[in-house]
Design a protein around this ligand. Structure first.
Ligand SMILES: [Zn+2]
Length: 431
C-alpha cells in the first residue's frame, strides 16, 4: 500500500468522471478511440501543487489521500466532471467588433466581397494598430474571463491583426502578458501571414519576404511564440508563399500550423503534411487524399464549425470522413471579430454534433485531449490523469451527452485550473 498523500484539492462523488485517460504511447485519439472516454462512475480525483496525483473511484481516492488544512474540497455529487476545454484556435487579441459585416452577410454579401471592400481582416488591422497596448490587454482579459467561465482552461491565441513587425510583436507580447496575468494558459502563435496589409497591396512579394525573413526570426529570437501559422487560401496566401513562411518558421524552431482549405481547395492540407505541421485548421474543402496525407504525417485536424455557422454557410468540414479514416479531429472556437464571435466551446460542441454529426463523446475528446495535442500540450493537459495539470470542469448535468443537447446556456458549474477553483457556480472567483 502506498502511504497516504496530503493533497490541496479533492473532487469527489462525480456521477461520471470523464478522464480521457490514454493507453500506451501518448497520442491524439483517432477513429473509434475518439469515443473511449475512460468514464469512472462515482469518480474522484486529487491534486497537489496544481497537478493531479490520484484518479479513481471516490472510495479509492478518499482512502489514498488526506486534504491539507485550507485545501479545497469540491463535492461533485450527481454531476459530470471532465477535463477543462482546450480552445486550440483563437484570435482573441483584437480590438473593435464587426456586427455590420455580420448583418451585410445575412443580406447576401459574402465574406470575400466584404474583405474586397476594405472590411474583413483589414478593418480589424486598422482598429488593432490604433489601439494602445493597455486597451488590447484589457479587452482580451475580459474575453479570457468569459472563456474561463465557459470552461476553457487553455487557449491558443494567434497574432495577425498587426501585420507590421512592431504590431505583430505587440500582439504576441500582449498574449504573453495575458498568460501571466490570467489563470488560463495561453499558447501564442505568430500569424503575420494572416492577410496582405493595405500598404503592401501592390507589393505582396515584399510582404511575404518581410514575414519570412524578418518577422519570423525576430519572433523566434524573443521567444514570443510556440507556433507559426499562415492563412493559405485563394486571395490570401498561395501555397508557395505559405511554404516560404513555414519553412523559415521551422528553421527557427517554431511549430507549424496552417489555415487550410477553408473556402477553396488550395493545397494547404498537403503542405501541412509535407512539412510535418502540428495541425491544419478549417479544412472544409479537403478530399480523401488530403485526409490520408495528414493522417500519415501525424497532423491534427482542427475543425471550426462556428465559422460556417456564423457566416451562414451550409457547408462544414467532413468530420465523419476524417474520423472514419483515422485522422485525429480537434475542435476550437476560432474566436475572432469577423467570422466567429464566440468564446464558447460548449456552443462549438453542439455545432460539431448537429452540423458535423460527431457524437457527444467524439466532440468531448476533440475539445479536450485532441485539442491539447493540437497545441503541443498532449502530455500536459486535456485528460484527468496523474501527472497532468489539474484542469477540470464540474458540469451541471448527470450524463455527458447533455453537453451538446442542452445548448445556448452554460452548463459549467465550477472550473478548476491548476488545482484551484477559479469559477464557482458559474462566476469567476477573484483571489
Ligand atoms: Zn483563424
Amino acid at each position: 500500500m502506498s502511504p497516504i498523500e496530503t493533497v490541496d484539492l479533492l473532487v469527489t462523488g462525480a456521477r461520471q468522471l470523464v478522464t480521457l485517460r490514454g493507453e500506451g504511447e501518448p497520442s491524439p485519439r483517432a477513429g473509434r478511440g475518439m469515443s473511449e472516454l475512460g468514464i469512472i462512475r462515482d469518480g474522484a480525483f486529487a491534486a497537489k501543487d496544481g497537478r493531479i496525483v490520484r484518479v479513481g473511484s471516490t472510495e479509492e481516492v478518499s482512502r489514498q489521500v488526506r486534504l491539507a488544512p485550507g485545501g479545497e474540497a469540491v463535492d461533485a455529487s450527481g454531476r459530470v466532471v471532465t477535463p477543462g476545454f482546450v480552445d486550440a484556435h483563437t484570435h482573441a487579441v483584437f480590438e473593435g467588433s464587426r456586427p455590420q459585416e455580420f448583418e451585410a452577410r445575412l443580406q447576401g454579401s459574402s465574406y470575400q466581397e466584404i474583405a474586397a471592400q476594405g472590411g474583413g481582416i483589414r478593418s480589424s488591422v486598422r482598429a488593432f494598430r490604433a489601439a494602445t497596448t493597455e486597451q488590447l490587454k484589457e479587452t482580451a482579459l475580459e474575453r479570457l474571463d468569459r472563456m474561463l467561465e465557459l470552461g476553457s482552461t487553455t487557449v491558443e491565441i494567434k497574432s495577425g491583426y498587426g501585420l507590421s513587425l512592431d504590431d505583430e510583436l505587440r500582439a504576441l507580447e500582449v498574449a504573453r502578458e495575458l498568460d501571466g496575468a490570467h489563470p488560463v494558459d495561453v499558447i501564442p502563435t505568430f500569424l503575420g501571414a494572416h492577410e496582405i496589409p493595405e500598404e503592401f497591396a501592390s507589393r505582396r512579394d515584399e510582404y511575404v519576404a518581410l514575414v519570412a525573413e524578418e518577422m519570423v526570426p525576430e519572433v523566434s529570437r524573443r521567444e514570443l511564440a510556440l507556433f507559426c501559422d499562415v492563412f493559405c487560401e485563394e486571395g490570401v496566401f498561395t501555397v508557395e508563399e505559405s511554404e516560404r513562411v513555414l519553412v523559415s518558421a521551422k528553421r527557427h524552431g517554431l511549430g507549424l500550423k496552417i489555415h487550410a482549405e477553408e473556402f477553396t481547395r488550395s493545397g494547404g492540407a498537403a503542405l501541412a503534411a509535407r512539412l510535418g505541421a502540428t495541425s491544419a485548421e478549417h479544412l472544409l474543402e479537403v478530399n480523401e487524399d488530403d485526409i490520408a496525407a495528414m493522417r500519415e504525417a501525424g497532423v491534427v485536424a482542427v475543425l471550426l464549425p462556428g465559422v460556417s455557422f456564423s457566416l451562414g454557410l451550409s457547408k462544414y468540414a467532413p468530420a465523419r470522413t476524417m474520423i472514419e479514416m483515422g485522422l485525429p479531429v480537434a475542435l476550437a472556437t476560432d474566436c475572432n471579430p469577423g467570422s466567429s464571435m464566440t468564446e464558447s466551446m460548449q456552443m462549438i460542441v453542439t455545432l460539431a454534433c448537429v452540423e458535423m454529426r460527431m457524437t457527444a463523446a467524439e466532440a468531448l475528446a476533440a475539445s479536450t485531449s485532441n485539442a491539447a495535442f493540437a497545441v503541443g500540450l498532449g502530455m500536459e493537459c486535456g485528460s484527468l490523469e496523474a501527472g497532468k495539470r489539474a484542469d477540470a470542469l464540474v458540469l451541471n448535468m448527470e450524463d455527458y451527452r447533455e453537453l451538446p443537447y442542452h445548448y445556448g446556456v452554460s452548463n459549467v458549474q465550477h472550473v478548476i485550473k491548476n488545482g484551484r477553483l477559479v469559477v464557482r457556480s458559474g462566476l469567476r472567483v477573484r483571489s
